[in-house]
Structure formats: C-alpha cells, structure tokens
Design a protein around this ligand. Structure first.
Ligand SMILES: [Zn+2]
Length: 455
C-alpha cells in the first residue's frame, strides 16, 4: 500500500486515489522572471520522480503544472529590461523548461498559464463574492475575506488569532483591504500596467487564485495530489484551499511539500546572494549527477547542493555506467526484470528514495560480484533490477552503446586498438588511444574486454 505524508494531516496516510488506478496531480510551477536556480531544479526533479514512480507502480498519472505569466515581479523586470511582460515571461519560461528537459523532467500533460485562465479566475471570484467570502473595493480590486471561512489555516496549522497577530506589520501599503489577513484575488491595474477587464475593474489576478481555478478546471474537484516547495505552504497553498473550498469545491486530497535547497548552510534565496544557476550546475556536473543527489535525500528534507556533493554523485553514476559497460563487453544476456518488491516496499513509504537508492546499490553489488565470478546470467538478472528501478528515478545508464551519433566510429577505433595490442603493435595502439582521447573518450581495459565512455 502506498503511503504519503500529507502536510494537512501532518502524518503519513494510506493513499486512496479519487479513481482507482489513476492519479491526478497538480504541482505549482514557475513565475518566469529570472533564470532557473538550484531550488527550481530540485522541486522539478522531486515531483518528476514521484510521477515516474507512480507510473512505474502502474498508476495512470495526469500531471499539471502552471506558469504564472503575469505577476508583480514580471512587470518590474520587463520594465527594467525594456520589453513587454509576455516577451519576458516567454523568454524565462523557455529557459526554465529547457533546463528541466536537460534534467530529464517529463513535460507536463497540461501547462496552463495564468493569462489563459482569466475567464475561469473571474468565475471563481464571482462565486466567492456571491457566497459572502470575498468583497470588491472600487479602484482596488477584490479580496478574500479570511474570517468568513472557519477552516482557514488548516493546512499550515495556524489560527486566525495567530495570523492577525503576525499580519499587522505586513500589509502592503497599496492594498485597501478590510483586514490585514485578507488577500487579493484581483488587483486593480496602475497606469501603464497590463490589465484585463473584469466586474471589479481593469486589473490582473492575485498570485493565488490561478492555481485554484486551473486545478479545478483541468483536474476537477477532489483531485489527488497537490505539490510544491515547502515555502508555498503559507500563504500560497493555504489560500488555494480557501479559494476553492470557500466556493464549495472540494480541493486536493493530499498535500505534498518538498524541502528547500541549502547552499553553504543557508536557505537559498535571492536576498542571500547565493542563487546558483541550475544551468551552471548541469553544465559542470551533468544532469544525472543532479538527479542522483536529489534521490539520495528524502524529498521532505533540506538538501545542501554543492560541487563536492555533485562530484560524489557523478562518481557513483559513473560506477553504474561502468557496470553497464562491463556487462555489455562481456556479452551478458538480456533478461526479464525479476522481483523488484524490495524497491517498491521502501518507495511505497512516502517515496523513500534514500532507501530506494540503497536497494539499487545492493543489486549493483550483486551484479559486480556475479560478474567477477564469471556468472553472466546472475549478473544480468541483478543488473535488470538496477535498470528497472533506475528508470523509476528517471536515470538512464550509459553502457557505451548509444552515446551519440559517432558511437559506431568510436567502436571501430577501440577495435583497431584492441587488434594492434593483440599484434603487439603498441605504437599503433597508443596512437589510436590518443585519437580517442582527443574525441573525449575514456578507455577502460577490463578482464572481459575494453570498454569506453565519454568524459
Ligand atoms: Zn500554486
């Protein structure tokens, strides 16, 4: 039985989907106003692994992530750069998904953008106003009336009294709301700002309303999983629940939150000046190292990402690649995948990837031991388990057989060197090796033959 830690329940619960065999999943996406950082990469890989594992386990998964393509930061940055808001958002949305693609993050089934859901957002705000849970203020916009919903605070486990106490100092000066804890559903446009017509004046959606409107429109009421980084629990996800349930629409059944990324012991954030670029990390260490490092840590824990950790992850992945190449060089047979229940058992416990990784490491040891003993069949059986479970983590091993279009040319050179050595023509063997080095190919002579991989 799959069990998931639910932030709202503050405990691990048995997973009972809305529809047997299917999982509907919404993960808050990006506000594209800057280059993606390490935290974006971790969150995307975390929920990609969860999605892949659910599919691996036989569920049919429908995955939605959104793009907040209109927001205060986008307006400010577009003005700084002298381009329009849609141009800025499109530029950084592309940059974000380009990096996710490099990381092997599967594209979402649905990618709603806020500006494409204005009609649904209007409809939800109108429902809330009709039910007395929201109000409009002429020239200012529309606000959610927090004290109208007795369950407000149930996700972040805060009471209205606590919120009132801490909110006093946080009211934006340009907001004209009745209570400091109320939040904007619709924001009136200032002169020159992008604006959509609405019954509450020309303006744009508040930050939170789009996710409620999109999730309900695309996945329907009572959908299964809602995810995001732990920094979104309050206020964003608390407000998403209020907007949906306040209008009488049952919302997510389970709330999942991924831990933050630490860089040099501090939580990542723009103000700390440690916003490391995701593309730099992938350029230097490769996408699989990043995925492996993420999988080595439980998704709910904080994760420190640095060169040392990524270098170590890379060495581990290269060890798996070496096993794959050894088996290929030895001519190991292809075998069907055997019993993966050891992996499923730990992963079923709230996606416990650190223990999943440990199970895979055990299978890798078994494969190497069998290979050392010359037992190709057993090695192939253990390796099939490794490959299958790695697939659930989104990691493909490199056995040297399909690493680029010139792979067959490299195979020919490796064979030339092997022939030269067999003929004791060591000068020729060294010459071919140098040629391969220039191509970025590393050779490894093993008892079962020469194998190669790219640097
Ligand atoms: Zn959201």
């Amino acid at each position: 039985m799959l069990r998931i830690y639910d932030t709202a329940a503050r405990s691990v619960r048995d997973f009972e989907p809305r529809t047997a065999g299917k999982v509907s999943m919404y993960v808050c996406g990006v506000t594209p106003y800057d280059a993606p950082h390490l935290g974006h990469g971790r969150t995307a890989v975390t929920f990609d692994v969860i999605r892949r594992y659910l599919a691996w386990r036989g569920y049919e998964v429908e995955f939605v992530t959104n793009v907040t393509d209109i927001e205060d930061k986008i307006i400010a940055r577009a003005s700084e750069q002298g381009i329009t808001e849609p141009e800025l958002a499109a530029k950084f949305e592309k940059m974000y998904f380009d990096q996710l693609d490099r990381l092997g993050v599967q594209p979402p089934d649905h990618l709603p953008r806020a500006t494409e859901f204005i009609a649904q957002i209007h409809a939800l705000i109108a429902e809330l106003i009709a039910m007395g849970r929201a109000y409009a203020i002429e020239g200012s916009g529309a606000y959610f009336k927090v004290d109208s919903l007795g369950t407000y605070g149930k996700l972040s486990h805060r009471t209205l009294e606590q919120l009132l106490e801490s909110a006093g100092a946080r009211v934006d000066v340009d907001e004209d709301k009745r209570s400091p804890v109320d939040f904007a559903l619709w924001k009136a446009a200032k002169p020159g700002e992008p604006a959509w017509e609405s019954p509450w004046g020309a303006g744009r959606p508040g930050w939170h309303i789009e996710c409620s409107a999109m999730a309900l429109e695309i996945l329907g009421e009572d959908f299964d999983l809602h995810g995001g980084g732990s920094d979104l629990v309050f206020p964003h996800h608390e407000n998403e629940i209020a907007q949906a349930e306040g209008a009488g629409h049952p919302f997510a059944r389970y709330w999942m939150h991924g831990g933050m990324v630490m860089v040099g012991k501090e939580k990542m954030g723009k103000s700390l000046g440690n916003m490391l670029s995701l593309s730099d990390a992938i350029d230097v260490h490769g996408p699989r190292s990043f995925r492996w490092l993420v999988a080595q840590h439980h998704y709910r824990n904080q994760l420190e990402i640095n060169d040392e950790a990524l270098t170590a992850a890379r060495a581990t992945i290269e060890g798996y690649d070496a096993l794959a190449r050894r088996l290929r060089a030895a001519g190991a047979p292809m075998v069907a995948v055997g019993d993966t229940s050891a992996f499923a058992d730990v992963m079923d416990n709230d996606f416990d990837t650190p223990n999943g990784v440990a199970v895979i490491a055990g299978w890798r040891r078994d494969a190497n031991t069998a290979l050392d003993a010359g037992n190709l069949d057993d090695a192939a059986k253990s390796f099939a388990l490794v490959v299958d479970a790695m697939g659930a983590l989104g990691i493909v091993l490199d056995d040297g057989s399909s690493t680029g279009e010139d792979a067959s040319a490299i195979d020919v050179l490796v064979q030339q060197r092997t022939d030269a050595r067999a003929n004791r023509d060591f000068a020729e063997a060294d010459r071919v090796r140098d040629e391969l080095t220039v191509l970025g190919v590393v050779l490894e002579d093993t008892p079962t033959g020469t194998i190669w991989h790219r640097l």
